[in-house]
Design a protein around this ligand. Sequence first.
Ligand SMILES: [Zn+2]
Length: 68
Amino acid sequence: MRRRHMVSLTQDKQTLCGHSATEQEFRRMKMFPDRDITCKRCLKLYQAHLEKSEVKIDSNTHLVKARA
Ligand SMILES: [Zn+2]
């Protein structure tokens, strides 16, 4: 079975782990639920992205509070 990749968050027609995908594949990938992703590299990168976003949101909140 082919591995299911997650789409890149910044690049068009590319998976999160850096593979290129056709437009059709890319569109299909976007519809996969997170739990269906079987590429470990994609999962790891996605997890890292989530953690980074949380930190970002957190520091933004502190900034707003400091200004208020
Ligand atoms: Zn992948």
